[in-house]
Write a protein that binds this ligand. Structure first.
Ligand code: 13P
Ligand code: SF4
Length: 317
């Protein structure tokens, strides 16, 4: 299937016939981002899914995102064009792991990143995304212990920002972001001394970026730790002519659309998420034609997870 005009027309026609809204994450293939009714980060897309009056949500992203939409809108049909689109970070903690961790810290508040399964969310007090993780943790009384899972780099970022000693971090990671490393960032930053650095907090290099700022290699105000949605906002606001981007490479498409005059360069151009890229033009067409893959969440699990997800979409800008 070529993503040509005939494909676009057919996708939009079928979406209208199903009264479906197509949502795409910022890491999707450019042609998928371009045809979606809304493209954004995981928090923005969750909010749109919760508010939408469409009958069907076609989630062009990974499985936990579609599950989150189903938890928020249990009466809607939620489709993902390929249900094999998983997430290595979501796989880094199970509900059983979390129950055992909670048993070691009775009374602690559990904050789970949205990149988790519905079963993990059902064991969680409040979910967060990279754009509101700091606000979510700040909303918890200072004397309560916090268990933060599953991303260790986002957890370290939240700990730094909140200065909270009673925050415990699970040792999970995303294989794509963990692979964007400090030496590579340092080398690119040295070669582009006037560039801004946009770093996703899931990156292994986030600490190195702050180190570069601390030692004066990069001016402090040029290092920005941002969610994917906040990167688009920052792109519109910066005076830099070059921006080094540390996240999944699909992000470059929205950034270039938002600020075509800026030279956006990937810190690691091999940082592609194979799960995100499973949502091909052919898969999207098939989803709309055949009504699959449909996402189901066990109603009891969804019921127990819903409060944590609703608290997530209520916190932060
Ligand atoms: P955000 O869109 O929340 O920045 O998430 C990044 C991510 O890794 C999703 O898979
Ligand atoms: Fe998961 Fe990482 Fe892919 Fe995001 S980029 S979906 S965190 S594996």
């Amino acid at each position: 299937v070529r993503p040509d005009a005939a494909w676009r027309e057919e996708v939009l026609r079928l979406a209208e016939r199903r009264n479906a809204v197509i949502l795409a994450h910022n890491y999707q293939l450019p042609e998928i981002q371009d045809i979606a009714h809304h493209t954004g980060d995981s928090l923005a897309l969750s909010r749109i899914a919760a508010d939408s009056d469409a009958d069907t949500i076609v989630f062009c992203g990974v499985h936990f995102m579609a599950e989150t939409a189903k938890i928020l809108s249990p009466t809607k049909t939620v489709l993902i064009p390929d249900e094999r689109a998983g997430c290595s970070l979501a796989d880094s903690i199970t509900a059983e792991d979390l129950r055992a961790w909670k048993a070691e810290h009775p009374g602690a508040v559990v904050v789970s990143y949205v990149n988790t399964t519905a079963e993990v969310k059902a064991e969680t007090d409040v979910c967060c995304t990279s754009s509101n993780a700091v606000d979510v943790v700040r909303s918890i009384p200072a004397d309560r212990e916090v268990l933060f899972c599953p991303d260790q780099f986002l957890g370290a970022h939240v700990k730094r920002e909140t200065g909270r000693e009673n925050l415990h971090v699970w040792a999970g990671e995303c294989h794509v972001h963990a692979g964007i490393n400090g030496p590579e960032l340092a080398e690119k930053a040295a070669a582009n001394p006037d560039a801004d650095l946009f770093i996703h907090p899931e990156c292994g290099c986030a600490t190195s970026a702050l180190y570069l700022a601390g030692e004066g290699t990069v001016p402090q105000d040029r290092v920005k730790i941002l969610s994917t949605g906040d990167m688009v906002k920052a792109a519109r606001g910066t005076s830099a002519r070059t921006v080094l981007v540390a996240t999944e490479v699909g992000m470059l498409h929205q950034l270039r659309r938002a600020a075509p005059e800026i030279d956006f360069r990937a810190v690691n151009d091999r940082a592609a998420c194979r799960y995100m890229k499973m949502i091909t033009p052919a898969a999207l067409l098939r989803a709309l034609r055949e009504g699959r893959d449909e996402v189901h969440v066990d109603p009891d699990v969804a019921e127990r997870a819903r409060g944590a997800v609703q608290r997530m979409i209520a916190i932060g800008q």
